[in-house]
Design a protein around this ligand. Structure first.
Ligand SMILES: [Zn+2]
Length: 297
């Protein structure tokens, strides 16, 4: 009987012990999980940070981003678009080369048509004829997208008492070819040069066919009232205002080593207002400027 009296107490104690063990067992894994989770994630974080530190420091330095981890993740998101964003990558525009001349044949279908560059190393396709528009009813033509801007500039100058008389506007490929060949012939004759030498010399004055901005229909040679155009009031006006209408001075003495063309203060080329302003302010020539902003041309 005595033993029976204690049995319920023993049962209660036993149940209590079992329950408390159960509670401890249930709680322990819980707390240990919540403890290990941050541990795992924190070691992951530090692992990422150290990996990031080594792999991205050069990137962040290149991007001039200061090197805390947050700005690194920013630089990650910045550098990713910039690699796809290099429109240069999406426009490998000029792939074909003229086997005869060795020049790159430019892509005339590009969206930013106003940035097409032709020069000693780059030419238009031989059959390229721009859609033309007559300017000022004077029997001279420019690319239809450029003509209205020349007219705007012409009338604005007129208001200031300046007449920007068009001298040479669009020239066809064939006309350019004749001009170039004629000058080459005269150099061979007058200077007793070989044809190759004469062609090279002629190319500093009249560009070979397809390499002139006049073949493109983007450029205008403007008449001045003095024999030296640089001394004219027309030139002074253009220097001050041409960029407001999207035109730039293309060939200067300073940039002759790059353009390969003698200074031509009368030659003004359309690039659009936005770029004309930027290029003028940069002091760079067109090729240099496009290089500086990473635009393929
Ligand atoms: Zn010209």
């Amino acid at each position: 009987m005595k033993k029976n009296k204690y049995l319920p107490v023993i049962y209660v104690l036993a149940v209590a012990v079992i329950l408390s063990i159960a509670v401890i067992l249930i709680l322990r894994p819980k707390t240990s999980e919540t403890e290990t989770l941050p541990d795992v994630s924190s070691t992951d974080d530090t692992a990422q940070v150290t990996v990031d530190d080594t792999t991205e420091q050069p990137l962040s330095i290149e991007n001039n981003v200061t090197g805390d981890s947050e700005s690194q993740s920013e630089s990650e998101t910045q550098s990713a678009p910039s690699s796809t964003d290099t429109t240069a990558e999406t426009k490998p525009l000029t792939t074909s080369i003229n086997a005869d001349t060795g020049r790159i044949i430019v892509d005339t279908d590009r969206e930013d048509w106003n940035l097409i560059v032709v020069n000693a190393g780059r030419e238009l396709p031989e059959d390229y004829v721009p859609e033309l528009k007559e300017i000022l009813g004077c029997g001279k033509y420019l690319d239809y997208r450029v003509a209205p801007h020349y007219e705007d500039m012409y009338y604005a100058a007129k208001k200031d008492g300046i007449t920007l008389t068009p001298y040479s506007a669009y020239r066809s490929y064939d006309r350019q070819k004749n001009n170039y060949n004629n000058l080459t012939q005269s150099y061979m004759r007058d200077y007793n040069l070989s044809e190759a030498e004469a062609r090279k010399k002629a190319a500093t004055v009249i560009l070979p066919p397809g390499t002139s901005e006049h073949n493109l229909g983007y450029a205008m040679d403007i008449c001045g009232t003095e024999s030296t155009f640089k001394d004219t009031k027309e030139y002074a006006w253009l220097q001050q205002h041409a960029h407001e209408y999207g035109f730039i001075l293309r060939y200067t003495a300073e940039k002759q080593p790059i353009t390969g063309i003698i200074p031509e203060p009368w030659h003004w080329r359309y690039v659009g207002v936005e770029y004309a302003e930027k290029i003028k302010n940069s002091g760079l020539c067109l090729e240099e400027y496009l290089d500086s902003i990473g635009v393929a041309y």
